[in-house]
Ligand binder design. Structure first.
Ligand code: BES
Ligand code: MN
Ligand code: ZN
Length: 499
């Protein structure tokens, strides 16, 4: 689907989308359509439950007096609450409707609304962003889908008088969209296509945008002493990889310590010898979502030329049971020198992150590290699929992440850390064990990670409940969500970029 911006002008074919405020107050375009259709708009409103709330929609098909195929009235809510997220959601819902009814072209009228927080140009850009995000589809392996079941919309024109302003506001959002789509693609691909080496190849494509990408193989990781990460991958035919991406966008201070993002990239998690039950195991193709988000985030930052030095590191392994697989009870030595007794080979993500986090702080001395991981089933027990878990050793970092999450609609909920939880992972045989018992499973997993960050400001996002969605949402079709890309892009933009 193509998205374009143009001056406001009633189209002569296809569909038009026009806004109606709460209380059924027509925007200027809706009022003009009402006149041209001899009052059909007001009559349709009167005969419906449409009140103008921001999730209301009302289609008028083949309106007489016009050559258009359809008028789609969309509720805008109250002017004061017409913010970026609301507009994105309106764009997403409208797009989904147009796609399902078979429209091929549509124009959206953005009219000046008294009391709105955003300029019409910003409104246009956000509506377009929402429409684009909802248009995502992973259908490359569907060869027999009937055309009438496929999305129909080919072109969406967003009309605002300040065309240049709308395009300018859309440009960075479009680049963030590129990052989100890349993440969704990587997370959606099955594990026979995306495995450590092929995922590293995908990360390498970022070099086209000016990202420096290095890939470390097993030999190099062995030299570095990454026994924790390598132990997870040792049962797989696929070679484990560690990918280091660097975007050096701080023009004024090239020597500025980077911000760092670290992702869990288990390209398939069978559980290893502590094997998972068969039911639902296919979901574990998206156990690399943390790394997919880090890669997509780097793409977004580079794409919009963010003025920041950022490092992205992803640890890529496949967790398989085999004759060479790690066994419960094995003791491995991490790059930090700390030893780990592997009680459960299914608690593998923390083993991968232990070495990736240590390597990150050791080599880059970053301002902070944020890791993302589909780390525990327990975080879904605690928070459902409404918040990702946030764990941090630094209140300022935590507050900033919480705020960014609220702003973009990717909510986090802060969880506790503490010595008594930490004790749960002490081992009699080694410095620590990789599980801490049934209670507080997400917290003991975070305590484990904390042992590998020392005093570096650090936050851990447990995204197990958020990486994949079973139902459509206004700007997130069901499937891979790319949760974290918008959040961390905003977090960087708000606090770490040169002005
Ligand atoms: N990748 C899983 C966590 C997960 C489960 C993510 C479901 C998304 C959906 C992780 O590697 C895992 O297996 N965790 C175990 C830890 C346990 C063995 C301590 C879990 O949560 O059961
Ligand atoms: Mn596991
Ligand atoms: Zn896992």
């Amino acid at each position: 689907m193509k998205i374009a911006f143009a001056k406001s002008e009633l189209p002569t074919s296809g569909a038009i989308v026009a806004g109606v405020l709460e209380g059924r107050t027509l925007t200027s375009t809706a009022a003009a359509l009402d006149r041209q259709t001899n009052g059909a708009v007001t009559r349709a409103l009167a005969g419906s439950r449409f009140k103008g709330k921001s999730d209301d929609m009302l289609p008028l098909i083949a309106p007489s007096g016009l050559e258009l195929s359809r008028i789609l009235l969309v509720g805008l809510g109250k002017p004061a609450s017409l913010d970026a997220l609301t507009l994105q959601a309106i764009g997403g819902r409208a797009l989904s409707h147009l796609n399902s009814v078979g429209e091929t072209t549509a124009a959206v009228a953005i009219d000046a609304v008294d009391g709105a927080k955003l300029s019409p140009a910003e409104q246009a850009a956000n509506l377009a962003f929402g429409a684009r995000l909802r248009s995502y589809r992973f259908d490359k392996y569907r060869t027999t889908e009937k055309p009438e079941n496929k999305p129909s919309l080919k072109k969406l024109t967003v009309m605002a008088d300040d065309v240049a302003g709308a395009k300018k506001a859309y440009e960075p959002l479009d680049r963030i969209g590129d990052g989100i789509f890349m993440t969704r693609d990587l997370v959606s691909e099955p594990a026979n296509v995306i495995y450590p080496e092929s995922l590293a190849e995908q990360a390498k494509t970022l070099s086209e945008l000016g990202v420096e990408v290095e890939v470390l193989g097993e030999k190099q990781m062995k030299k570095l002493g990454m026994g924790a990460l390598l132990g997870v991958g040792q049962g797989s035919m696929r070679e484990s990889q560690l990918v280091v991406m660097r975007w050096m966008g701080a023009a004024k201070r090239k020597d500025q310590a980077p911000v760092a993002f670290v992702g869990k990239g288990v390209t398939f998690d069978t559980g290893g010898i502590s094997i998972k039950p068969a039911g639902g195991m296919e979901d574990m193709k998206w156990d690399m979502a943390g790394s997919g988000v880090v890669i997509g985030l780097m793409r977004a930052l580079a794409g919009r030329k963010a003025k920041v030095n950022a490092v992205g590191i992803v640890g890529l392994v496949e967790n398989m049971p085999s004759g060479t697989a790690q066994r419960p009870g094995d003791i491995v030595t991490s790059m930090s020198g700390q030893t780990i007794e592997v009680i459960n080979t299914d608690a593998e993500g923390r083993l991968v992150l232990a070495d990736a986090l240590w390597y990150c702080r050791d080599r880059f001395k970053p301002q902070f590290m944020v890791d993302l991981a589909t780390l525990t089933g327990a975080i879904m027990v605690a928070l459902g699929k409404e918040h990702a878990g946030l764990f941090s050793n630094n209140d300022e970092l935590a507050e900033r992440l919480l705020a960014a999450g609220k702003t973009v609609g990717e909510p986090l909920w802060r969880m506790p850390l503490g010595d008594n939880y930490d004790k749960q992972i002490n081992s009699d045989a080694a410095d620590m064990k990789n599980v801490g018992g049934r209670n507080g499973g997400s917290i003991t997993a975070a305590q484990f990670l904390q042992r590998f960050v020392k005093d570096t400001p650090w936050a851990h996002l447990d995204i197990a409940g958020m990486a994949w969605s079973d139902k459509d949402a206004p700007i997130i079709p069901k499937g891979a969500t790319a949760f974290g890309v918008r959040l961390l892009d905003r977090f960087v933009a708000d606090h770490y970029e040169e002005k």
